[in-house]
Design a protein around this ligand. Structure first.
Ligand SMILES: Cc1cc2nc3c(=O)[nH]c(=O)nc-3n(C[C@H](O)[C@H](O)[C@H](O)COP(=O)(O)OP(=O)(O)OC[C@H]3O[C@@H](n4cnc5c(N)ncnc54)[C@H](O)[C@@H]3O)c2cc1C
Ligand code: FES
Length: 366
């Protein structure tokens, strides 16, 4: 395979990149951090200036990389592959709270796959060796080819277990009808004992352990996954002293999961509050089912947050889940006086979002 040299300015680091490899992949594997979020050409976080050389721009969404930007020589490192030696210039600032762990390939064995909520599975994978990652990061799975002629693809799922558990990784996967990775694999073919291939860790949606301001965490559906990793990490080692409130949104109780585990953590830690929120179930229905309705917020998660707080200035926000929910939560936090610079988001984009749903305000960190 032909390789080319990628020079990353302003630091002048040189990385070898194969012709069928993306620039981001080569750099992350070499331990050279480049900004990125979705790694699927949707969010535009990895956009950089090309100073020299030729690239194949790959499957960059035309919304994430617009025509005029292509003309200006910009590229998305998660999609672009070199066609000769290339020089790029990127914003290489790494959060102080983040360790840079080089991306690598892993083989794992599925040790647990169970239903935990409606259309939601927990998958635990025992890796062939230890992995280092920051709480909140994700892995990229290789979804095998299928009998219907679908080729191998990769799909990203966030690590829900804390970094201290470095060989058994937990994932929460929500089914998407017609989706290659979920409907076509995790929910139909994947079984305990199966071997899976994955690479990682990726992403910069990580817990800022050095920042002890009140963290307002909002997870829609399986958006709880990276937040669970952050919370267990923060509460587990005892070094994080900030307050954390987790809002977990679901239509009804059967759409929420790990409620008992979060309640246990809440009982054990004064600095953790858990607010499960039900948008389509009422207090009366919960009581009629014999459960204490006081343990829940009722309405959209954003309405519950707004009812709980007059202002959120001085807090930080961590938002994760379907893009529409993340957008709505962002507006709510900003209306409660939380600055965009203090809000971090992870949008669970899928293939359908490549048609334009992916690019959000450049003010908000991913
Ligand atoms: C950083 C990150 C972390 C994530 N973490 C999690 C997680 O922890 N848990 C979780 O459940 N999800 C997570 N996701 C979402 C996950 O990566 C997948 O997108 C999701 O699981 C659906 O994958 P899929 O292969 O089943 O669906 P896809 O194959 O992506 O399809 C999704 C939908 O789009 C349709 N579609 C497919 N191709 C196209 C096309 N070309 N045009 C229009 N529509 C199309 C399909 O029919 C389907 O309805 C994360 C996403 C990101 C970016
Ligand atoms: S990381 Fe490249 S577009 Fe999202």
């Amino acid at each position: 395979m032909t390789t080319h040299t990628i020079t990353v300015e302003p630091v002048g680091r040189e990385v070898e990149c194969e012709e069928d490899q993306t620039i981001l992949d080569a750099c992350l594997r070499a331990g050279v951090w480049l900004p990125h979020s979705c790694t699927h050409g949707t969010c535009a976080t990895c956009k950089v200036d090309k100073l020299d050389g030729e690239v194949d721009l790959g499957e960059a969404s035309s919304f994430a990389l617009m025509d005029f930007e292509r003309d200006e020589g910009k590229l998305l490192t998660c999609c672009a592959k070199p066609r000769g030696d290339v020089t790029i210039e990127a914003d290489l600032d790494v959060d102080e709270d983040m360790e840079v762990y080089p991306v690598d390939d892993y083989i794992g064995t599925v040790t647990l796959i169970e239903d935990i909520a409606t259309e939601t599975k927990r998958v635990v994978v025992e890796l062939d060796r230890e992995i280092g990652f920051n709480a909140g990061q994700y892995m990229k799975f290789v979804v095998p080819a299928d009998d219907a002629g679908g080729e191998e693809v990769d799909r990203t799922w966030s690590i829900a277990s804390p970094p201290g558990e470095s060989t058994a990784l937990e994932f929460h996967v929500r089914n998407v009808k017609g989706g290659r990775g979920t409907d076509g694999w995790v929910f139909s073919r994947l079984a305990e004992g199966d071997q899976v291939r994955m690479s990682g860790p990726y992403g910069r949606f990580v817990l800022k352990t050095g920042d002890d301001r009140h963290a307002i965490m909002v997870g829609g559906g399986t958006g709880v996954a990276p937040l669970k990793s952050m919370i267990k990490h923060a509460l587990g080692d005892g070094e994080y002293e900030g307050e954390i409130t987790l809002y977990a949104g679901g239509r009804g109780r059967e759409w929420l999961y790990d409620v008992a585990e979060f309640r246990e953590l809440e009982a054990e830690h004064d600095n953790f509050t858990f607010r499960p929120c039900l948008s389509e179930e009422t207090a009366e229905q919960v009581s009629a089912a014999g459960e204490d309705a006081q343990g829940y917020g009722f309405g959209m998660v954003t309405d519950v947050i707004a009812a709980d707080h007059e202002r959120l200035s001085g807090c930080t926000g961590y938002l994760c889940g379907p893009p529409a929910m993340v957008d709505a939560a962002l507006k709510t936090l900003m209306s409660l006086r939380l600055f965009p610079r203090d809000i971090y988001r992870e949008d669970f984009f899928n293939e359908a979002d490549k048609d334009g749903g992916g690019v959000k305000s450049p003010l908000i960190k991913r």
